[in-house]
Design a protein around this ligand. Structure first.
Ligand code: AMP
Length: 211
């Protein structure tokens, strides 16, 4: 199955993508995580993307399309994949079609902006393995420590409230039009994000027809 998880930053796409990835044994591909890794390793791509990420702006289409093209060519994508955070613009969606990728379902996680702003202030990430947590909704077993690899958790620079506001503006102006794009193709499914993570997961799995 080829799935796109669609929604505002902080809507919970990454968390749901990880769950579905394990259930279906297909990779969850996050362009944001790939870019953050490139920044950490100071690659050329990372250096050029850093200023965009820190401002809460989108990295240019050409760069992210290149990232996705390379990643989807890898062997583990043969039986399907989940895209988390791509596409974010109409040209990115068109690039997927030009690559010959046929998406089965676009799952739109809807969460109101006010709840996103509140949520993002509690988000914590593992700088070593990329796992993500939330101090209230998805706490690690030991406060401040990653369950998966034991590293110290940190706060993403772009989760700063001012940056979150710009990221939401960018979402509404550049990414939200994709809802109509995929709705016209008849593959858009909407899930209302719930207070409890388990409730959102249940709705997500039901929308995807996964037991
Ligand atoms: P995310 O982890 O998905 O919230 O992405 C973090 C940041 O990475 C975004 O705010 C953008 O700066 C950049 N980014 C990730 N995916 C894309 C994309 N598909 N198009 C443009 N920029 C992206």
């Amino acid at each position: 199955m080829k799935i796109i998880f669609f929604g505002a930053p902080g809507a919970g796409k990454g968390t749901q993508a990880e769950i579905v990835s394990e259930k279906l044994s297909i990779p969850a591909i996050s362009t944001g995580a790939i870019i953050r890794e490139a920044i950490k390793n100071s690659t050329e791509m990372g250096k050029s993307a850093q200023s965009y990420i820190e401002k809460g702006a989108l990295v240019p289409d050409k760069v992210v399309i290149g990232i996705i093209k390379d990643r989807l060519a890898e062997k583990d994508c043969e039986n399907g994949f989940i895209l988390d955070g791509f596409p974010r613009t109409v040209p990115q969606a068109e690039a997927l079609t030009e690559m010959g990728v046929e998406i089965d379902v676009v799952l739109n996680l809807e969460v109101p902006d006010e709840r996103i702003i509140a949520r993002m202030s509690g988000r914590r990430v593992c700088p070593a393995c990329g796992a993500s947590y939330h101090v209230i909704y998805k706490p690690s077993a030991k406060e401040g420590i990653c369950d998966k690899c034991g590293s110290e958790l940190s706060i993403r620079k772009d989760d700063d409230p001012e940056v979150v506001k710009s990221r939401l503006e960018v979402y509404h102006s550049e990414t939200e039009p994709l809802k109509e794009y995929y709705s016209k193709k008849g593959i858009l499914k909407i899930v209302e994000g719930q207070e409890e993570l388990a409730d959102t997961t249940a709705l997500t799995l039901a929308a995807l027809g996964i037991k």
